[in-house]
Design a protein around this ligand. Structure first.
Ligand SMILES: NC(=O)c1ccc[n+]([C@@H]2O[C@H](COP(=O)([O-])OP(=O)(O)OC[C@H]3O[C@@H](n4cnc5c(N)ncnc54)[C@H](O)[C@@H]3O)[C@@H](O)[C@H]2O)c1
Ligand SMILES: Nc1ncnc2c1ncn2[C@@H]1O[C@H](COP(=O)(O)OP(=O)(O)OP(=O)(O)O)[C@@H](O)[C@H]1O
Length: 525
């Protein structure tokens, strides 16, 4: 048994006559000075007994005042904390009731759309869960895509009914020869819990009707992108007879090339952008990862499947080579396509000033990450983080990244987060330069709601940015609330999801590249 010992900070290390220092066992600093008895007697002789008593009373009353002040401070602190907690509870309830109301609205929209089957429905936004239809044949789970949608009549293009191409998504399971599909991952029988055999679930998209409309989003100020877009638009129209939407800037560029491009459609305002998802069957991006992020950010709800062509330097989300765009688009328009379903995060800011208001600021959707940092301030950011209202930690450092798994290879990776396969659902909680030796990044489950608050006593404000854009300031008391969005982004795969992911980390980052050790050396016997 190991011996135990106690250090008493009243023990003297000296011989009693001289002034001696008593080191504190915890911090090693001296915190009291004992005087020798002789010195004390001398002091007492110098003072009359009455004066000494008065002095003691003064000292005593001062000590009492200090204690009272400390107690008052503690009580005030406690009251403040209680008020803050009550305020957060109230906001949480407000938030929850708002979400419930939204869900009800969504649900009744979906039900109405199903009941009426009206082709005049302009904008049907359904929860993916409402679409889910299980189909056990071929061991596939399926989601049917669309309702019949009417062209919203924008751009005075035409007012005739136009149907969006419909498609099915199926989750393929490796090694399933028959129709038996194991629906439950976890089963519970006679007190025993067991899990079903894990199977690879590559998602496949099959067109049920031919795609008719494509939207092409391009990186600006790039000659090679401009040349390619001209060629692609021409080919898609002449060979495939497709309707084509481009950004207003690109339409101007095309028309300056030739007036024969006047069939190309575009939009004029945000309202028209918000209706794009009801018309577009396929979204093509020409650029790097930034262009995919840009394209996704245009869709605040459902996003059409994206075919990302690589015209940047890195390309984690852009597996297609522009040189073979015709073969590639031929195959994609025909289907079926392997896709990566990339989750997005929905974030909104709750302002302390507007805490009594029902409406919060516009919800932002991110494909990579939302970052809360110190911006131009040179002070440490101080961020209180809660997960489903449980306190997680207080981040003191340059900031915090809340990332999707798609974003795990971007800023989060640079800040020391793990790389995660994009189809793993989860939220990465990665600090930026934390001033602590023990802060490691976390990966939280998909269903949680994370709240990051700038404390009321923070020395400075914080700044939040969404996929590296749209910086907004968070003042003391403001909070950012973030959870998984119901509208993922599907990107077409070159091969399949895992193969594409591994290729991107090998090619893009030279992950774990090392010369192979030669065989001529010491060997295990
Ligand atoms: N220190 C950093 O690594 C750092 C700092 C700021 C922003 N970023 C990233 O830049 C993103 C914005 O991209 P942008 O193109 O608009 O800005 P940008 O032009 O500054 O490019 C940033 C770089 O990040 C790469 N990138 C973007 N998304 C990626 C992903 N999911 N996986 C791997 N690499 C990715 C891009 O290819 C590009 O090379 C932000 O979402 C953030 O993740 C990274
Ligand atoms: N359609 C667009 N409209 C406006 N800005 C865009 C558009 N597409 C991309 N951007 C912006 O242009 C910048 C560069 O885009 P992108 O990352 O695609 O190209 P890149 O920098 O050449 O690629 P890489 O980062 O792989 O080298 C990004 O900040 C992105 O937000």
């Amino acid at each position: 048994m190991s011996s135990t010992y106690k250090l008493n900070n009243t023990d003297s290390f000296g011989n009693g006559d001289a002034k001696s220092l008593c080191p504190n066992p915890v911090n090693g600093f001296s915190d009291s000075i004992s005087l020798s008895e002789k010195a004390v007697q001398e002091l007492l002789i110098q003072q009359s007994p009455m004066q000494a008593t008065d002095d003691h009373l003064i000292e005593f009353s001062e000590a009492l005042r200090t204690v009272a002040k400390a107690l008052r401070g503690a009580a005030e602190g406690k009251a403040l904390a209680q008020a803050e907690a009550a305020e957060w509870k109230r906001r949480y309830e407000l938030e929850r009731s708002k979400n419930v109301e939204l869900q009800h609205k969504e649900l009744s929209n979906g039900v109405l759309a199903n009941e009426s089957k009206s082709p005049r429905m302009e904008h049907v936004v359904k929860s993916p869960r409402l679409h889910a239809q299980e189909n056990s044949s071929n061991g596939m789970e399926r989601i049917c895509s669309h309702e019949v949608l009417q062209d919203g009549g924008f751009n005075s293009y035409n007012n005739k009914l136009k149907r969006k191409a419909s498609f099915k998504l199926s989750w393929g399971c490796k090694g399933m020869a028959n129709d038996q599909h194991k629906k439950e991952i976890v089963s519970f029988e006679r007190g025993n819990i067991s899990t079903a055999e894990r199977s690879s679930k590559q998602i496949s998209l099959t067109w049920e009707s031919d795609p008719q409309t494509v939207l092409i989003i391009t990186k600006p100020n790039s000659t090679s992108v401009r040349v390619l877009s001209v060629d692609m638009v021409r080919w898609l129209r002449a060979q495939k007879g497709l309707n084509i939407y481009v950004e207003p800037r690109v339409k101007t560029e095309l028309l300056s090339e030739s007036s024969s491009f006047n069939f190309v459609q575009t939009w004029e305002d945000d309202k028209e952008i918000s209706l794009l998802h009801t018309k577009v069957d396929l979204l093509i991006t020409l650029g790097g990862d930034g262009t995919v992020l840009w394209a996704a950010s245009m869709f605040k709800g459902p996003v059409p499947p994206i075919v990302p062509f690589s015209m940047g330097s890195l390309g984690f989300m852009t597996p297609f080579h522009s040189e073979q765009y015709r073969e590639c688009l031929e195959a994609i328009l025909k289907g079926p396509i392997s896709i990566t379903l990339r989750h997005r995060l929905q974030c909104h800011i709750i302002r302390d000033k507007a805490r009594h208001e029902y409406e919060t600021e516009e919800t932002m959707l991110v494909l990579n990450e939302v970052t809360i940092d110190r911006g131009i301030s040179s002070y440490l950011t101080n961020l209180e983080c809660y997960c489903d209202n449980s306190f997680v930690t207080c981040v003191q450092g340059d900031g915090l990244i809340l990332s999707t798994t798609s974003g795990s290879t971007a800023y989060s990776l640079a800040a020391g987060g793990s790389m995660v396969h994009p189809q793993v659902p989860g939220i990465l909680f990665t600090p930026i330069c934390p001033h602590s030796l023990s802060f490691r990044p976390l990966i939280l489950p998909e269903h949680v709601t994370v709240r990051v608050q700038v404390p009321f006593n923070s020395r400075s404000s914080a700044w939040v940015s969404f996929d590296g854009k749209d910086r907004k300031q968070l003042e003391a008391g403001d909070a950012l609330v973030c959870s998984m969005a119901p509208w993922p982004v599907s990107t077409a795969c070159q091969v399949e999801s895992t193969n594409d992911f591994l290729r991107s980390i090998h090619d893009g980052l030279h992950w774990n590249l090392r010369k192979t050790q030669s065989a001529d050396g010491p060997q295990d016997t």
